[in-house]
Design a protein around this ligand. Structure first.
Ligand code: COA
Length: 315
């Protein structure tokens, strides 16, 4: 089921930024410590390198600061921090509290954990805050997946990376950028991708792959149909960056030309909640998104969860 906002107040993204650790780990670097190779990783995933290191709060603060600067906003003008993460620094308190403190933000702070769908979940939550009176929300997707990765397990280690992306969303009278959204979850599939306290990520790769393509297509189509749009109307597609073959398969089934999809997985690997904002910011900084463009965001991940949103840029 998809939804279109009904509030008289919408939101507009006015600033954006990213942060990634300095340390770059190439496929060849990984091949020195496990039985893998660059050709396999590139062919099966599209990943060439990833950034590893830092803390989730540290990366989130750096990305958040860049987004605030770009928006021309002071921290005391922000009503709430929404941090999408599946790798919080601690179980308690929420890592968003460290982001609030690190940036000196005046308002509230909370974490959203919807695994790799987290940023799009957070985007809808942020719009709910704006619709109910907040003026400005800092939305961050930040992860240090490297901390829950077994670096001797080649089935996972070659896939993950660390990073953060952030946006400032400001309230406007009228509809704003968010045209529609669709959120979904199926907890009966939690075993496909999970990590226990103190443990490491484990994944049923093939099942996740198949389910991911299906939910991205269904969720995207539902969000587009909600506002009378189709794949042909999508100017820029910002999918979760888990595997280039998943992105290609989703594009093909949706009927979106692949050149309209933003791909950053080659440089960052899978950064879970950070992957969609890393890709969105990449597209914005490259001048790929113009006022009036329809931008489709779509993610999927552990839960399983999935989430799509359609934006009309500008405002
Ligand atoms: N390096 C080299 N060889 C590897 C390897 C690695 N890192 N990992 C697995 N292999 C081997 C396997 O052992 C297997 O060998 P075999 O044929 O001799 O048995 C072969 O490569 C194929 O493995 P398989 O698991 O079938 O590969 P795949 O094409 O399914 O690709 C994934 C594996 C994980 C890349 C893919 O399933 C995937 O991306 N799934 C979705 C993951 C995802 O989206 N996760 C995030 C959700 S948010």
């Amino acid at each position: 089921m998809a939804h279109a906002p009904t509030s008289a107040r919408g939101g507009v993204i006015t600033g954006w930024g990213i942060a990634v650790p300095d340390k770059v780990v190439t496929n060849d670097d990984l091949a020195t410590r496990m039985d893998t190779n660059d050709a396999w990783i590139v062919e099966r995933t599209g990943i060439r390198e990833r950034h590893i290191g830092g803390t989730t709060s540290g990366l989130a603060i750096e990305a958040g600061r860049a987004a605030l600067e770009r928006a021309g906003r002071r921290p005391d003008e922000i009503d709430a921090v929404v941090l999408a993460t599946t790798t919080p620094d601690q179980i308690v308190p929420g890592t968003s509290a460290s982001v609030q403190n690190g940036l000196g933000i005046a308002g509230g702070a909370f974490d959203v954990n919807a695994a790799c769908s987290g940023f799009v979940y957070g985007l809808t939550v942020a719009h709910g805050l704006l619709a109910t009176g907040a003026e400005r929300v800092l939305l961050v997707g930040a992860e240090t997946l490297s901390k829950i990765t077994d670096w001797d397990d080649r089935s996972i280690a070659v896939l993950v990376g660390d990073g953060a992306g952030a946006v400032v969303i400001e309230a406007v009278d009228g509809p704003g950028q968010l045209l529609s959204w669709q959120l979904g979850a199926d907890g009966s599939l939690r075993h496909l991708l999970e990590c226990d306290h103190g443990g490491y990520l484990s994944m049923a790769g093939k099942e996740v792959f198949r389910k991911a393509v299906r939910v991205v297509v269904e969720s995207s189509e539902a969000a587009l149909a909600e506002v009378g749009l189709s794949a042909a109307d999508v100017d820029v597609f910002v999918p979760h960056q888990a595997n280039l073959r998943i992105i290609s398969a989703a594009c093909e089934r949706l009927g979106i030309p692949e050149e309209r999809a933003v791909v950053v997985i080659d440089r960052y690997g899978n950064t879970s909640s950070a992957s969609i904002p890393l890709a969105l910011v990449d597209a914005l900084d490259a001048g790929r998104i113009s006022p009036g463009d329809h931008v489709l965001l779509s993610g999927f991940g552990g839960g399983m969860t999935w989430a799509s949103a359609v934006l009309r840029w500008g405002g």
